[in-house]
Design a protein around this ligand. Structure first.
Ligand SMILES: [Zn+2]
Length: 212
């Protein structure tokens, strides 16, 4: 296993795109025509029987795989949170599986995210963390940006004492083409607040995240 561990920008430095800024969508017909072009580019004949419905299916699959462009973390996380008086220790959700697509080749990324935060009063419903990962996963991504976006979204809305995000993922663009490093995984982390400034909290995060 090849592991690359990097640190990425903390909250505030990464601008998370709002869905309102999205460009105008092409029509379904235009999207299907583009798929036919790519089929010809691959060397096949879009008119052969097995491929006749493929453009429609691909256009439909894209709406699902990239549904994250139509959602915002502000809507999912909201602005009001459950108060949990007295609980201020680390909350950690480990190994949440996700799929995404790399913005360089539009090929799949398959990974696991581990997210932790140090509450500052309110806490998040655990399913909301998974939904935030899904919003950012269902967009074209770099693993680095996705890691920072998840951390910043939680930091921005919940305003905890700190957020830690660790993503471990396999990139099909690396496994299927180019260098063909099968089974290699990329690790990325983003820390905000106390996870960034307090080495003990950061070490505790890694211990909890990697202890299987
Ligand atoms: Zn790629």
């Amino acid at each position: 296993m090849d592991a690359i561990v990097k640190n990425f920008p903390a909250a505030g430095q990464e601008q998370v795109k709002d869905k309102a800024q999205q460009p105008v969508r092409p029509t379904q017909q235009e999207a299907e025509e583009a798929v036919r072009t790519l089929l010809r580019w691959a060397g096949d004949d879009p008119a052969r029987e097995g491929l006749l419905d493929t453009p429609t299916r691909v256009a439909k699959a894209y709406r699902e795989l990239f549904a994250g462009y139509e959602q915002s973390y502000q809507e999912v996380l909201g602005r009001t949170f459950e108060e949990m008086s007295g609980f201020d220790d680390i909350v950690l959700v480990r190994d949440i599986p996700f799929f995404s697509h790399c913005e360089h080749h539009m090929l799949p990324i398959k990974g696991m995210a581990t997210v932790a935060y140090l509450p500052n009063g309110p806490v998040l419903g655990l399913s909301k963390i998974a939904r935030v990962i899904e919003i950012f996963g269902r967009r074209l991504q770099t693993q680095e940006n996705m890691t920072a976006q998840i951390a910043n979204a939680i930091q921005d809305t919940l305003k905890p004492r700190g957020v830690a995000v660790l993503i471990e993922a396999e990139h099909m663009c690396m496994e299927m083409r180019g260098v063909q490093k099968q089974g290699s995984r990329t690790l990325t982390t983003t820390f905000t607040g106390e996870f960034k400034t307090n080495a003990t909290e950061q070490a505790r995060f890694f211990t909890l995240a990697r202890n299987r």
